[in-house]
Write a protein that binds this ligand. Structure first.
Ligand SMILES: CC(=O)SCCNC(=O)CCNC(=O)[C@H](O)C(C)(C)COP(=O)(O)OP(=O)(O)OC[C@H]1O[C@@H](n2cnc3c(N)ncnc32)[C@H](O)[C@@H]1OP(=O)(O)O
Ligand SMILES: CC(C)C(=O)C(=O)O
Length: 552
């Protein structure tokens, strides 16, 4: 990198718009959406889609609810041309879906574009030519009038071709490509000239698509550009302003959102942000950002995994695990404090009297996207007791008391530090059984017992293995627990008192079990925790006490 980058790069100029209105607005209406996955997305793939993949993608877009779909660049070759022709001829385009195709402003290419879509009920022909200084000078080697003439000539051919195929309801889109790096007044001049030829009306408006072909400035600049364009384009009511952002600076979504505040009516982009270089704006994120503000975007991502699967298959590109709303890890907390807050958040949510979503660290309910809560918390060395307790509760129905959570969390911490990897739910359950002698022998192992009454006292008579030998032991106390403790003390067990006890059912009906948890304190001040599981509550309690005694 250069010590002085100003030798090579210049700051992007501000737009002179001191009375800008967009910062005070909010997005209160879903825009029209156009997917350009099959065109801008497709042209950026290593292996562009064939007709099978294009078909699958098209069906997905329809299912998701996209009503305007740019299906390709028909003059690019047989793949796109035949796919589009087949879409039209097979009658697969739903009545409320409009297809769109892109063309350069060259007669032969425009003619091919009309040929591809003729016969569709409704179709949009999308004409483009770049207008900014670098493209004028470097690509076209033309001055401003020369570049304007490309657009005018293209618009004239559009009008002529539309008349040739009257059975289709033709609509037009014009993109001053590289709009965001062009002089605003020149873009307006070119668009006005196109308008004069195509004569849009309020009933049949023209779409002016204003691309950040290469994102070169902060999103507030794009918003200023959109507001400026909207204020100065003649006959604004006959114009649909379409936003088409790329993501070179990583702010394509922000630019689109600010562009909507600034007057954008329509958004062009791709699912999960595929597209040239760093991609087109991601329609999924823009839409779900609206959804999380309580505004329905008009698109349905209730089965986000199905959408991901199809898009990954068609694009042969993965969706990043951290991709907003969609990535495999975006609803997962590994870290202790996040897990604690999420666990409390779910408990708080269950107690609410309304549906308002308020779970810390989760900006959306994963269930709204068809995701389960299973992967919300995963455990590794960064995790805490809350996360471990969540896994045991979700997967094994155990509701550990807080102090037992802390006790067990030390075991889990040791395990994750030693293994140096994420712990599965099975790992955690295994460690729990090991630590609290569940389905595992310890010094004291229960085989059978009886609880007898002696006045107000209880007498515990147990058949146990103690240090590997069968023994009968008994103890007397004012309840079952104290009688078990007495019996243990008389047979080499620890001398201890109960500090805390709790129990709960696991599951319902005939297969239900009981879980009991104890915290005991020994005479020398040590805390012993135990857990027991059995079909019978009293037996679960006895097991929990033996578990505590085994743990010494
Ligand atoms: C920003 C975008 O995404 S724009 C869309 C880009 N998408 C694609 O290019 C995918 C499909 N493209 C193709 O299949 C081919 O490029 C075609 C069929 C369109 C054209 O192919 P070719 O005729 O071989 O030309 P090529 O691709 O090299 O295009 C460059 C020529 O087109 C001219 N050109 C570029 N854009 C336009 C335009 N919008 N209108 C008119 N002419 C244009 C260039 O000035 C250049 O002309 P020159 O040869 O006289 O210097
Ligand atoms: C053709 C135009 C709309 C385009 O894809 C772009 O500028 O990115």
């Amino acid at each position: 990198m250069l010590n002085d980058p100003s030798r090579k790069y210049r700051p992007f100029p501000q737009v002179d718009l001191p009375d800008r209105q967009w910062p005070d607005r909010t997005i209160d209406k879903a825009p029209r959406w156009l997917s350009t996955d099959l065109r801008d997305g497709n042209q950026a793939l290593i292996d562009p889609m064939g007709s099978e993949k294009k078909s699958r993608f098209f069906d997905l877009l329809v299912k998701v609810g996209i009503k305007e779909i740019e299906v390709g660049f028909p003059s690019s070759g047989a793949t796109d041309f035949d796919f589009i022709r087949d879409l039209v001829d097979s009658g697969r385009i739903p009545d409320d879906v409009t297809i769109q195709s892109l063309t350069q402003s060259r007669r032969d290419l425009i003619e091919k574009t009309f040929e591809a879509m003729a016969g569709a009920k409704k179709a949009i022909v999308h004409l483009y030519n770049a207008v900014s200084p670098a493209w004028r000078n470097i690509v076209f080697n033309l001055d401003k009038p020369g570049v304007k003439a490309i657009a005018i000539e293209g618009a004239q051919i559009l009008a002529e071709q539309a008349a040739k195929y009257p059975q289709t309801d033709w609509h037009f889109e014009y993109s001053p490509e590289t709009f965001s790096t062009a002089e605003l007044d020149f873009s307006i001049e070119v668009c006005s000239a196109v308008m004069e030829i195509l004569k849009p009306t309020v009933e049949k408006p023209i779409i002016f698509n204003l691309p950040a072909t290469v994102e070169a400035a902060m999103p507030n600049i794009y918003a200023d550009q959109i507001e400026y364009f909207g204020r100065n384009i003649p006959n604004r009511e006959a114009v649909v302003i379409s936003l088409h952002t790329h993501n070179d600076r990583g702010t394509g979504i922000a630019a689109t959102e600010l562009g909507l505040l600034a007057g954008g009516d329509r958004v062009e982009g791709c699912l999960f942000g595929n597209g040239e270089r760093t991609g087109n704006v991601d329609l999924v994120t823009v839409a779900l950002n609206m959804y999380t503000q309580g505004l329905h975007p008009g698109l349905d991502f209730s089965d986000i995994d199905e959408v991901i699967q199809t898009v990954e298959y068609c694009n042969q590109l993965p969706v990043h695990p951290r991709h907003p709303y969609a990535g495999e890890l975006v609803f997962t907390a590994f870290s202790g404090s996040h897990q604690d807050a999420i666990k409390k958040g779910f408990a708080h949510q269950a107690k609410r009297n309304d549906e308002i979503w308020e779970v810390p660290y989760l900006p959306i309910d994963p269930a709204d996207l068809g995701r389960s809560y299973e992967a919300v918390i995963r455990v590794n060395s960064q995790s805490g007791k809350g996360g471990v307790a969540w896994v045991l509760e979700q997967d094994y129905g155990l509701k550990l008391p807080k102090k037992l959570q802390a006790d067990f969390s030390r075991t889990v911490q040791e395990l994750s530090d030693t293994t140096g990897r994420e712990l599965t739910s099975g790992d955690i359950w295994g460690a729990f059984q090991e630590r609290y002698f569940i389905n595992k022998s310890g010094r004291f192992e229960l085989f059978d017992y009886a609880e007898n009454h002696a006045g107000s006292d209880r007498i515990f008579v147990g058949k146990l293995k103690v240090d590997g030998e069968f023994r009968s032991l008994s103890g007397r106390g004012n309840g079952l627990m104290s009688s078990v403790i007495a019996a243990l003390k008389d047979h080499g067990g620890p001398e201890m008192d109960i500090v805390d006890y709790s129990e709960h059912a696991i599951g319902h009906g005939a297969g239900a079990q009981a879980a009991a948890y104890v915290e005991c304190r020994t005479t020398d001040g040590r805390s012993l925790f135990g857990a027991g599981i059995d079909t019978d509550v009293a037996t679960a309690t006895v097991r929990a006490l033996l578990s505590a005694a085994n743990g010494i």
